[in-house]
Design a protein around this ligand. Structure first.
Ligand code: PRT
Ligand code: ZN
Length: 294
């Protein structure tokens, strides 16, 4: 009988790949990558990975070639805005990596007060669907020039007046004499799937994987904190622990002191540790958590 294996589309090589592979590895999947390989069979669960260009991932999922995919929100939104037919895609889980933004940027010689100043200008972008929606929402009419890449050189070549492109650190814009003015979309990697149903077998595998992914994502931010506290200061100290549900309190040999152990679901900064110390806590340990299943 043909095995009902779940197929996931991933970017083969690029800014999404490493974190996508790392996430799946942390979910217990062994992945052996090879440069020429397009297909990767997972041993631990009935899952196959299809390694492709990121732009093809929404279509692979909507056309039922794959059941799930990991893609940037920018590419996902562009597909859903620009496809004529109603494509059957949904976001299952934001994954919190490959963060970037889609922004408007102008030459540093140009003055800019508001997006209204872009009326009748030429805007170069690889994201015409998202840009069109944005301009419509602002009641601005401008000419969109579609480019596949190297958008940042468009104003130099007089292809456009301004651009709308992906920004991460901002160094590409700066190197090309451009200034970021408006953020149109904040993006991160998404796990996507179809609206319509999968077979029960596939759904079970997908749900198992999604639960593990959620566990990895919440563990990423969470820390296990251990400290000793004077009993008299216990309330003040536990109130300082960020996102701690119900700490474990244990009596120490010294009758005036207790040990406090807690899972903090929000980042524990140096400032928090300094405040804990000031409140009387000692031996403060902050440890990473690998997995959480709740
Ligand atoms: O070959 P393939 O088609 O699969 O890959 P690709 O070259 O189209 O995409 P890739 O790997 O560059 O990016 C994949 C996804 O990563 C994007 O769709 C975004 O969701 C996300 N991402 C995160 C980024 C960036 N950061 C990023 N900095 N995508 C692109 N960039 C580019 C941007 O286009 C610009 O040229 O980096 C430059 C800006 O970076 P800074 O740091 O100079 O601002
Ligand atoms: Zn691409």
């Amino acid at each position: 009988m043909k095995q009902n294996r779940l197929r996931i589309a991933l970017q083969k090589s690029g800014k999404l790949s490493k974190d996508s592979f790392d996430l799946l590895r942390k979910c217990g999947l062994s992945i052996f990558e090879s440069k020429r390989q397009l297909f990767c069979r997972i041993q631990e669960l009935p899952i196959d990975l299809l390694l492709v260009r990121d732009d093809d991932i929404p279509a692979f999922v909507s056309e039922n070639i794959c059941d799930l995919g990991i893609v940037g929100e920018n590419v996902f939104k562009e597909t859903t805005f620009s496809e004529e037919k109603n494509i059957d895609l949904k976001t299952i889980l934001p994954l919190g990596f490959s963060k970037c933004r889609l922004s408007l940027a102008i030459p540093d010689t140009m003055t800019f007060n508001s997006v209204k100043d872009l009326a009748n200008m030429k805007i170069a972008t690889s994201y015409p669907g998202i840009l069109e929606q944005y301009l419509k929402s602002k009641n601005v009419e401008a000419e969109i020039v579609k480019m596949e890449g190297s958008v940042e050189v468009a104003p130099h070549l007089q292809i456009s007046d301004v651009i709308c492109d992906i920004v991460s650190t901002g160094s590409t814009l700066e190197a090309n004499g451009l200034i970021e003015t408006e953020t149109i979309l904040k993006s991160q990697a998404l796990l996507i799937g179809r609206e319509n149903n999968m077979s029960t077998e596939k759904k079970d595998i997908a749900n198992k994987l999604i639960k593990r992914m959620k566990g990895v994502i919440s563990a990423r931010e969470s820390k296990y904190v251990m400290l000793n506290a004077p009993k008299a200061k216990l309330e003040e100290i536990t109130a300082l622990l960020p996102g701690a549900d119900s700490p474990t309190i244990m009596q120490l040999e010294n009758p005036d002191k207790v040990a406090v152990h807690a899972v903090c679901s929000e980042p524990v900064f140096w400032e928090t540790m300094e405040e804990l110390k000031q409140a009387g806590a000692t031996a403060i340990l902050v440890m990473p958590i690998e997995k959480i299943l709740s």
